[in-house]
Design a protein around this ligand. Structure first.
Ligand SMILES: Cc1cc2nc3c(=O)[nH]c(=O)nc-3n(C[C@H](O)[C@H](O)[C@H](O)COP(=O)(O)OP(=O)(O)OC[C@H]3O[C@@H](n4cnc5c(N)ncnc54)[C@H](O)[C@@H]3O)c2cc1C
Length: 611
C-alpha cells in the first residue's frame, strides 16, 4: 500500500505552507499552580532550579521545555542532560520515522557525537559501511553515464587531518534512535511522546504552555523558565513568538518517493553508488539515492517553482524513466514538499528560542539542515546551562542569535547555490541520442557537470569553518580571519572559531579536552602562570579547568601561550600573556559585560545576508 506521508515538519506540505509569521498570542486560562520560579525551585533543594523529577513532571514546572523530538530537539535535550540541566521534551508523534530525510551526519556533528560517546553507535548503525558513496550523473540507470565522483564506503574512508572523526552515512531512521537513546539515558531529561504543544504565552516570569495528549486528548498546562522550539519548519513556537522568516518560501515543489526494489542493481551496469542524478533532454530532473544501502531507494522529482501534484501512476512512470526500463518495485511512501530558503530574523524572543528547521529551512542539497540545527543546539545548550547555574551573564542568551543566525544564513545560501548549480545544465535535446552529436553533448555536459558539482561534495569548510565573527562573547585578538570557503577549512584558534583538532601525545584529540566547562590551555605554562584568569573565573563561579600542554605542533597550531576555549569548543580568548583585567575578560566571555575591543570587532564584522 502506498502511503502519502502528510507530516513532514522539516519541509512544508503542499498547500499548507506558512511564510512570515505574524505575532499571535494564543490565550487560555492562566494556571492555578504557581508558575516556574528558579529561586523557589532552588530553595526547594534542586540545584538545577527545577521542581520536577525523572518520573514525570509532577508539578508541571520545568526550567526548559523543548518542543519537538526530531534530531535537533533530541540533541538539545541530550546535551542539556549531559550538562546536568533538567529539561522536558515533548513530541507530538511516537517518534517513528515514516520517510527518512537526512542521512549525512556531518563531520562537526560527529565531533559532537564523540563528545557524547555516540561514535560507536553511529558506526554500528545498519547502513552498510562498505557501500560505495559515489555520485553518478546519467541519462538513466540503464542509459548513459555522463560523469562520476567516486567515494569509498563510509567505513573505508579515513578522517581528514583536520578532525578526529569522519562524516558518516546514518539515515534519520537510524540516527534519531541513537540521539533518543542518548537523551533518555540522561538522568535530567524527561521525554513525552504523543504530546503536542497547543499554545503558550510568556511573561517576565515564565512561559505557560498548554499541551495535549495525542491519544486521550487530555490537555494540561506546563510552566517553564524557557521554551525552545525544535518543532520543524512549520514551527508553532516560532509563529507564537512572532519571529519572521526571511528569504524565499517556495523554491521548488518537489516530490520524494521511497520505493523498495531489492534487485535494482541487477537491472543496470552502473554498479553501486549512493546518489544518481538524472539529466534528460530538458536538463536535471530527478535523483535516486541509496537510502539504506540495500533494498530501499529515495526517488525525487525535483520539480520547479510551479506547484504540481502527481498521481501514483505518473510517479511509477517517472521511476521507470529514471531506471530506463520496466521493472517491478513497491512504492512505500510519497512525500510532496516545498523546498525553501529561509532563515529567521532572530532566534530569540524573550524566554522563547528556536533551533533547527524552526530557525532555518534550506534545500537538502549539501546535507546541511540537521547538521546546522545540531550546531544551534550545542551553542544554545551551554548558554542555557550557564544561565540556570547562575554564572551566565545577561547578554549570554542574546549571543545565541548573534552567533548562530549568520551561520544559518550562510548555510541556507550555500545549500540554495548547490541546487542552482545542479539545475543549471539547461536543455540538451540530443543528450540521450545514439549519434555523434549525442556522444559529444554527453562528454561536454558530463565533464562540466562533474567539475561543477565538486563544490557540493567537498564541504569541509562549511562543516568546520563557520565562525562567530563579531560575537559579543568572544574577545578579538586582532588577527585576521581566514577566508570562509565551502571546500577548504583553515584550522585556527582565532577567537570565535572552532578550537582546532590536533592529536596529543597520549592519543587523545584536543577536542577531547572541551565540553562541560571552560578549558584554559597553557602551552609550556603552569596553572600558576595562568592564576590571574583562573582566579577571575572562580570569582565569577565560571567552571574552568587549566590544561597544560607541551606538544610543540599543538602550540604552533594554537599560536598563543594561553587559549581559553568555551564549553561548546569555540575559542573565546587567546594571548601570550595574562590579561591586565582578567575579571573583565571573564565577564565578557560569560556574557556579563561588553568589551570595548569586542564591540569594535563587532562593528567591523561582515554582515552575513541571504543572497
Ligand atoms: C530529502 C531530504 C534530505 C535531507 N538530508 C539531510 C542530510 O543528509 N543531512 C542533514 O543535515 N540534513 C538533511 N536534511 C534536512 C534535515 O532532515 C532537517 O534539517 C532535520 O530533520 C531538521 O531537524 P529538526 O529536529 O530541526 O526538525 P524536524 O526533524 O522537522 O523535527 C521537528 C519535530 O517537531 C515535532 N513537532 C512539531 N510541532 C510540534 C508540536 N506542536 N508539539 C510537539 N511536537 C511537535 C514534529 O513531530 C517533529 O518530530 C534533509 C532534508 C530532506 C527533505
Amino acid at each position: 500500500m502506498v502511503s502519502w506521508v502528510g507530516a513532514a515538519d522539516n519541509v512544508c506540505m503542499l498547500g499548507r505552507a506558512r511564510g512570515g509569521a505574524p505575532l499571535r498570542r494564543l490565550r487560555f486560562t492562566l494556571p492555578r499552580r504557581p508558575a516556574y520560579h528558579p529561586a523557589r525551585a532552588k530553595r526547594a533543594g534542586n540545584p538545577a532550579g527545577c521542581a520536577t523529577d525523572r518520573t514525570g513532571v509532577q508539578d508541571n514546572s520545568v526550567p526548559i521545555l523543548i518542543v519537538g523530538g526530531g534530531p535537533v530537539g533530541l540533541a538539545l535535550a541530550g546535551d542539556l542532560g549531559w550538562r546536568g540541566i533538567r529539561c522536558l521534551l515533548i513530541e507530538q508523534s511516537d517518534g517513528s520515522i515514516y520517510q527518512p530525510r537526512m542521512d549525512l551526519v556531518g563531520i562537526r556533528t560527529m565531533e559532537f557525537c564523540r563528545r557524547w560517546g555516540l561514535v560507536a553507535a553511529v558506526e554500528a548503525s545498519p547502513y552498510p559501511r562498505d557501500y560505495p558513496q559515489d555520485n553518478v550523473y546519467l541519462t538513466s540507470l540503464a542509459g548513459y553515464e555522463l560523469g562520476r565522483e567516486r567515494f569509498p564506503g563510509i567505513g573505508q574512508a579515513s578522517p581528514p587531518p583536520e578532525s578526529p572523526q569522519r562524516r558518516e552515512r546514518c539515515p534519520q531512521n537510524m540516527f534519531d534512535p541513537i540521539l533518543r537513546e542518548f537523551a533518555s539515558a540522561q538522568e535530567n531529561v524527561t521525554m513525552r511522546y504523543r504530546t503536542r504543544l497547543v499554545s503558550f504565552m510568556q511573561d517576565d516570569g515564565s512561559v505557560i504552555a498548554q499541551v495535549e495528549n495525542a491519544d486521550t486528548g487530555r490537555r494540561e498546562e506546563i510552566s517553564a523558565g524557557t521554551i525552545v522550539g525544535c518543532d520543524g519548519a512549520r514551527s508553532l513556537v516560532r509563529e507564537t513568538l512572532g519571529i519572521r522568516m526571511l528569504g524565499n518560501p517556495a523554491v521548488t515543489y518537489t516530490t520524494n518517493v521511497i520505493f523498495r526494489c531489492p534487485d535494482l542493481l541487477s537491472l543496470h551496469d552502473k554498479g553501486k553508488a549512493y546518489r544518481h542524478i538524472f539529466i534528460g533532454p530538458e536538463g536535471t530532473w530527478s535523483t535516486i539515492v541509496a537510502i539504506n544501502g540495500g533494498d530501499q531507494w529515495r526517488f525525487s522529482i525535483i520539480g520547479g517553482a510551479a506547484q504540481r501534484q502527481y498521481t501514483t501512476e505518473e510517479i511509477r512512470a517517472a521511476i521507470r524513466r529514471a531506471v530506463g526500463r520496466d521493472f517491478d518495485f513497491e512504492i512505500l511512501s510519497i512525500l510532496p514538499w516545498v523546498r525553501r530558503e529561509l532563515v529567521a530574523e532572530t532566534y530569540r524572543n524573550g524566554r522563547g528560542f528556536i533551533a533547527g528547521d524552526a530557525a532555518h529551512a534550506m534545500s537538502p542539497t549539501g546535507g546541511f539542515g540537521m547538521n546546522t540545527g545540531i550546531g544551534d543546539a550545542v551553542d544554545l545548550s551551554w548558554k542555557l546551562a550557564a544561565t540556570i547555574e547562575g554564572w551566565g551573564g545577561e547578554r549570554l542568551l542574546d549571543s545565541y542569535t548573534t552567533e548562530r543566525q549568520p551561520v544559518g544564513a550562510r548555510n541556507v545560501a550555500e545549500a540554495g547555490a548547490n541546487l542552482r548549480r545542479m539545475l543549471s545544465v539547461g536543455a540538451h535535446p540530443e543528450i540521450a541520442d545514439d549519434t555523434p552529436q549525442g556522444v559529444a553533448t554527453r562528454a561536454k555536459v558530463g565533464g562540466a557537470f562533474t567539475e561543477m558539482m565538486r563544490r557540493e561534495w567537498f564541504t569541509l569548510g562549511i562543516h568546520l569553518g563557520y565562525r562567530y565573527e563579531g560575537s559579543p562573547i568572544c574577545w578579538p585578538d586582532g588577527s585576521s580571519a581566514p577566508a570562509d570557503e565551502a571546500r577548504s577549512y583553515v584550522p585556527t584558534a582565532r577567537p570565535g572559531h572552532r578550537a582546532p583538532h590536533a592529536w596529543l601525545a597520549d592519543g587523545r584529540s584536543t577536542l577531547d579536552l572541551f565540553g562541560r566547562g571552560f578549558a584554559l590551555l597553557g602551552f609550556g605554562a603552569t596553572a600558576g602562570d595562568a592564576a590571574a584568569l583562573l582566579d577571575a573565573a572562580r570569582t565569577r563561579r565560571v567552571p574552568i579547568e587549566f590544561i597544560s600542554l607541551a606538544e610543540p605542533q599543538v602550540a604552533a597550531l594554537y599560536q598563543r601561550r594561553f587559549v581559553l576555549v568555551r564549553p561548546d569548543g569555540h575559542v573565546a580568548w587567546r594571548d601570550d600573556r595574562m590579561p591586565e583585567k582578567p575579571l573583565h575578560v571573564i565577564d565578557v566571555v560569560r556574557g556579563a559585560a561588553d568589551g570595548t575591543d569586542a564591540a569594535a570587532w563587532r562593528e567591523t564584522a561582515n554582515d552575513c545576508k541571504l543572497n
